[in-house]
Design a protein around this ligand. Structure first.
Ligand code: HEC
Ligand code: HEC
Length: 327
C-alpha cells in the first residue's frame, strides 16, 4: 500500500473510531461521556432515533443536497479531519465558489449553544438550512430539493422509517441531518484518559496542560475546550476579507470582531486555523498569542495578559494540544 493511501486509510479509521466510540447513551440517543455536562441538544419526539440518524448520515454524504448535485456536506466537512476541511483556508462550494470563512470541525455539537463563527444559528436542527441554501455552499432551491428527494428511489422509504410516513419536508430533512451531526462525539483522547486516571501524560505535556490552564482555559474551557462564548483573541481584522464577527448578529459595538470560541479537540487535524484560516500551523497560533505588541485593540483582557511565552512554553502547550487527538 502506498504511503498516501496508508495515511488516508489510517486517518479514516481514526475518524470512524472517533464517531463510533461507545459511551452511555441518553434517552435521546446522544452519548454521555463521563465528565461531560448534560447535552443541550434534544430530539423532537415522534421519531425512530436510529432510523433518523441513519437517514441523516445518508443525507450528509449525498451531493443531492446541492443545486448541481456535486457537493455534499462531507465535501467540506471531511471525516478524517474531524469534519473540517483540511488545507483549505476558506470553504469551496458549488461551481468552485469560495466562501467567506474557514470550515469549522464538527465535534461535540450536542453540547454547543450556538453555531457558526459568529453564533448566527442557535439550533442545531436549523443549522443545515444555511449550507443547503447558501449561494457559496450548496445553493439549492428548497422546492427543487424536496422534488429531487421525493422522486428518488431510496428516500421516501428512509423518511418513512424515520418519521412514520414517507412525506418529505424541509423540517424533516433538517432534523435528520441535525440528529446525525449531534452524534459526532470526541471524548476519548489521551487527555480524557489521563483525566479518568487511565493514562499518563509526559512531563512536557503536563507542563503544557498547566500553562494551558493558566493562559487559555478561561475561553477554551475543559472538557469541551470551549466556554461556548464569544471573544476577541486579538487577531487583527483581515483587510482582504472584512468580517465583523458576532457584531453581525447582535449589532452591539462590544461584539465587533468577536468570534465563537472554537473547541480545540483534534486541533492537529483541522488546520488551517481561525475563522479565515490565516494560520497554517499551531506554531503560528502560539506565536500570535505570545506577541502582546501585535494584538488588535479589541483583544480581550485574558489574551492581553498571556504575555510573551518562551520557546519551551510554546512547544509544551502544543505537546499538550496533541493529547486532544482522539484515537
Ligand atoms: C461549501 C462548504 C460547506 C458545505 C457544503 C457545508 N458546510 Fe457546514 N460549514 C461550512 C462553513 C464555512 C461553516 C462556518 C460558517 C460560518 O461561520 O458562517 C460551516 C459551519 C457548519 C456548522 C456549525 C459548526 C460550529 O461549530 O459552529 C455545522 C453544524 C455544519 N456546518 C454542518 C453542515 C451540514 C450538515 C452540511 C450539509 C447539509 C454542511 N455543513 C455543508 C462549510 C460548509
Ligand atoms: C479571550 C478568549 C481566548 C483565550 C484566552 C484564548 N483563546 Fe484561542 N481562540 C479564541 C477565539 C475567539 C478563537 C477564534 C478566533 C477567530 O477565528 O477569529 C480562538 C482560536 C484558537 C485556535 C484556532 C482554532 C480553530 O479551530 O481554528 C487555537 C488553536 C487556539 N485558539 C488556541 C489557544 C491557546 C493555545 C490559547 C492560550 C495560549 C488560547 N487559544 C487562548 C479565544 C481565546
Amino acid at each position: 500500500m502506498s504511503r498516501t493511501i496508508f495515511a488516508f486509510v489510517l486517518a479514516a479509521t481514526l475518524a470512524a473510531a472517533m464517531v463510533r466510540q461507545e459511551y452511555p447513551v441518553s434517552d435521546d440517543g446522544i452519548p454521555q461521556p463521563p465528565g461531560f455536562p448534560a447535552p443541550v441538544y434534544r430530539i423532537t419526539s415522534g421519531t425512530n432515533n436510529a432510523a433518523l440518524a441513519a437517514l441523516g448520515e445518508r443525507l450528509f454524504e449525498d451531493p443531492i443536497l446541492s443545486a448541481d448535485s456535486t457537493i455534499s456536506c462531507e465535501t467540506c466537512h471531511q471525516p478524517f479531519a474531524a469534519f473540517a476541511h483540511v488545507d483549505h483556508a476558506l470553504s469551496h462550494g458549488v461551481e468552485g465558489r469560495i466562501g467567506r470563512r474557514n470550515v469549522p470541525s464538527l465535534q461535540n455539537l450536542a453540547w454547543q449553544t450556538s453555531f457558526m463563527w459568529d453564533g448566527a444559528i442557535a439550533n442545531l436542527d436549523m443549522q443545515s438550512l444555511s449550507p443547503i441554501t447558501g449561494h457559496d455552499e450548496m445553493a439549492s432551491n428548497l422546492d427543487t430539493l424536496i422534488h429531487k428527494l421525493s422522486t428518488n428511489a431510496a428516500y421516501p422509504r428512509l423518511f418513512r422509517e424515520a418519521f412514520g410516513t414517507d412525506t418529505i419536508t424541509v423540517p424533516r430533512v433538517l432534523r435528520a441531518v441535525g440528529r446525525f451531526v449531534a452524534g459526532f462525539v470526541s471524548a476519548n483522547a489521551r487527555y480524557d484518559r489521563y483525566i479518568a486516571g487511565k493514562d499518563t501524560l509526559a512531563e512536557n505535556e503536563l507542563r503544557g496542560l498547566q500553562l494551558f490552564r493558566a493562559h487559555c482555559a478561561s475561553c477554551h474551557a475543559e472538557p469541551l475546550f470551549t466556554n461556548n462564548g464569544f471573544a476577541s483573541n486579538g487577531l487583527r481584522p483581515n483587510a482582504a476579507l472584512p468580517d465583523s464577527g458576532r457584531y453581525l448578529v447582535t449589532h452591539n459595538q462590544q461584539d465587533l470582531f468577536r468570534f465563537r470560541v472554537p473547541t480545540l479537540r483534534n486541533i492537529t487535524r483541522t488546520h488551517p486555523y481561525m475563522h479565515d484560516g490565516r494560520f497554517k500551523k499551531l506554531r503560528d497560533v502560539l506565536a500570535h498569542y505570545a506577541s502582546p505588541q501585535a494584538l488588535d485593540g479589541h483583544a480581550d483582557a485574558s489574551v492581553r495578559s498571556i504575555g510573551p511565552l518562551s520557546d519551551v512554553d510554546r512547544k509544551d502547550i502544543i505537546a499538550f494540544l496533541m493529547t486532544l487527538e482522539d484515537q
